[in-house]
Design a protein around this ligand. Structure first.
Ligand code: SER
Length: 316
């Protein structure tokens, strides 16, 4: 069957890379990039594009009707830090957008749906180290509990309507092609830009704040591997834990210093994102992803830092 893949939120940190990867696999015309904003030139020039606001039900319905996608990726969301500034808007966008996509996917018999969850579904009472798939989950950010509720709904649509929804709880994602969009893990991308431009960076998280992270190449590979896995191999229809690399700002800075010896890091006091980071896991146990669809990350801290600096140097 030839695929027609709709990626909603195509301009974002994940979307930018995913559209490029999917167009490489399925051909440019098979992947429709949709976003609330106009596309960057390379997305516009490399294949079909639609302007789409997930809250505009009629317009989104029209896009499903026009393209009849076989796969849909819903990546549009308000992340953790911005969500705390606009809590009601974050809830509305994250939940209503998901309902529209789930409902239209049932209506138009979409074969597979991907929806990202996050380490933000865990909370202060979840185990901090090697956080397991199943444990106490008491997220205290709007983003976190919108993702937890979304996971429940994804599983519900699978059980109730047979919709083949697949999901990953992404760690903080680090890539050079696109900027992150207002999350708590964003420091781990900004630090590279500032290291190359200014030789210094003020981290909004404290030196010892360990968080689960992942290089974007691994995240894209994981996403496509999950979407390609046979349906009956998947034992989780809420969202899979996924582990990459765990590190602190201090450890990341030390690794950057190996490439840029004069690089200096300093730390801000009282940033509201610190409390969010403190409520999240420090590392993740992803044995279900390993067992069900053979997940293994390829990048560790040194290879991720080396690749980020090499690529970013060429574009900034
Ligand atoms: N990277 C996201 C954030 O920090 C977590 O999913 O909000």
């Amino acid at each position: 069957m030839s695929e027609k893949i709709l990626v909603i939120g195509a301009n974002g940190q994940i979307g930018t890379e995913l559209v490029t990867a999917l167009r490489g696999i399925h051909g440019a015309d098979a992947v429709i990039a949709a976003d609330i904003n106009n596309p960057a030139d390379d997305l516009r020039n490399s294949g079909p594009y639609e302007l789409a606001n997930v809250l505009d039900k009629d317009n989104l319905h029209h896009i499903f009707q026009k393209h009849r996608p076989t796969q849909v990726y819903l990546l549009a969301a308000i992340l953790s830090a911005v969500g705390e500034q606009k809590p009601k808007m974050a809830w509305d966008l994250n939940m209503t957008g998901l309902f529209h996509v789930l409902d239209f996917s049932v209506e138009f018999k979409v074969a597979k749906v991907f929806w990202p969850s996050s380490i933000a579904v865990f909370g202060p009472h979840s185990p901090k180290f090697e956080t397991p798939q199943y444990c106490i989950m008491d997220p205290n950010t709007v983003y976190g509990f919108s993702k937890l509720a979304g996971e429940r709904w994804c599983e519900y649509y699978f059980n109730k309507y047979g919709l083949d929804v697949r999901s990953i709880r992404y760690p903080g994602l680090i890539g050079w092609r696109a900027n992150p969009g207002g999350g708590t893990t964003d420091y781990a991308v900004h630090i590279f830009h500032e290291a190359l431009k200014k030789g210094s960076y003020k981290s909004f998280l404290s030196a010892g704040t360990a968080l689960p992270m992942m290089y974007m190449d691994d995240a894209i590979r994981a996403t496509i591997a999950l979407m390609d896995a046979p349906s009956d191999a998947l034992t989780i229809r809420s969202s899979y834990n996924l582990a990459g690399i765990s590190f602190t700002p201090e450890q990341l800075a030390a690794e950057i210093k190996k490439h840029i010896p004069a690089f200096e890091i300093s730390y801000a006091d009282n940033d509201p994102r610190q409390a969010i980071a403190d409520s999240w896991p420090k590392s993740i146990d992803d044995n279900y992803a390993q067992k069900d669809w053979n997940w293994q990350p390829e990048y560790d801290l040194p290879t991720m830092v080396g690749d980020m600096l090499t690529n970013l140097k060429n574009i900034i």
